[in-house]
Design a protein around this ligand. Structure first.
Ligand code: BEZ
Ligand code: FE
Length: 313
């Protein structure tokens, strides 16, 4: 395609057998799923390079960006994931993965991306306890509560676990910020016998994703801002139900229409209301979580490669 959008003629100037030769190089021990994924990836990658007539200089810059992402990544920073996020890949993969679940019971709470700041060892907290271990001066506190229920029968689900995590008002998660105590603004809760949960947290505020690396460079080249709308992350697990990884977004937040990582879904936008008679919180949110029962097949997939960096829960 030319810069003006017209399709260029002359694709046949390139070796018509080259892509198939690369695909045919896979050996018989390649697993069927790996073969399927790599065949498609090779085709799309080669078609992309031919379509834009990628130059050696451009390809070299792309490789340098990937290398930079790798060099910047460590257990506190996942730059590869950030690069995927700003091109919408994590959101797309999330949509593809959970589409089946939502088709089966469209009453279940929708999923949203995990993002790079989930920690697997959240402190277990009692119902009603606060996740705030250091209260910023400019923060507002919110009381968040609700019920975890079966999406079909609406029966309460006892002993469901709810991991929650959020950024502070300086835009940083606990593990990004030496000034925040360990376990600040995150926690793991369990529903009681009525399926109810409750916690105090900061009313979330918008923040920029880290933009001092390749993801930021890419955003700058694309003339885009790095901000995410105010949100709280949740992972909800219960025996016999499909796990839910999601985020809830404050209706009054900026950036709901232009989240830098494209994660907002209408059903996840929530309204915080004023709270009276509670000297711990001026805001409140009632939020029920609807879980879809597990069906017997197709609920888990085997990975293509084992990196040890899966969701880990
Ligand atoms: C987050 O919400 O924590 C997040 C998601 C994607 C990229 C960066 C941050
Ligand atoms: Fe976040």
């Amino acid at each position: 395609m030319a810069a003006n959008g017209d399709v260029k003629t002359g694709a046949s100037r390139f070796d018509p057998n080259f892509t198939q030769n690369v695909i045919n190089a896979m050996g018989p021990k390649t697993s069927p799923r790996m073969r399927e994924v790599m065949t498609s990836l090779t085709r799309h990658l080669h078609d992309f390079a031919r379509e834009v007539e990628l130059t050696v200089d451009e390809w070299t810059e792309g490789v340098a960006l990937l290398n930079w992402a790798g060099q910047m990544s460590n257990e506190r920073r996942n730059e590869g994931q950030l690069v995927c996020d700003i091109v919408g890949l994590e959101t797309l993969v999330d949509e593809i993965t959970y589409k089946k679940a939502s088709e089966a019971t469209d009453l279940a709470t929708q999923s949203a991306i995990l993002g790079p700041f989930f920690q697997t060892d959240h402190k277990v907290r009692k119902k009603g306890e606060s996740v705030i271990e250091k209260l910023p001066e400019d923060a507002q506190v919110a009381y968040v509560h609700g019920q975890v229920v079966d999406a079909t029968s609406k029966k309460p689900i006892a002993n469901a676990s709810i991991d929650i995590w959020e950024a502070s008002t300086n835009g940083l998660y606990e593990q990004q910020d030496a000034e925040q105590p360990k376990s600040n603004l995150c926690g793991k809760y369990y529903t009681d016998e009525n399926g109810e949960y409750a916690f105090y947290c900061l009313r979330p505020t918008p923040y920029p994703i880290p933009y001092d690396g390749p993801a930021g460079k890419l955003l700058q080249l694309l003339d885009r801002h790095p901000y995410r709308p105010a949100h709280i992350h949740l992972i909800v697990l219960a025996e016999g139900y499909k796990p839910i990884t999601t985020q809830i977004f404050d209706k009054s937040s900026k950036y709901l229409d232009n989240d830098s990582v494209f994660a907002v879904k209408d059903s996840l936008v929530v309204e915080f209301l004023p709270r009276d008679g509670d000297d711990k919180a001026k805001n409140q949110l009632k939020y029920d979580i609807h879980m879809a029962p597990l069906t017997s097949q197709g609920e888990s997939g085997e990975g293509l490669v084992t990196t040890g960096m899966g969701r880990g829960f």
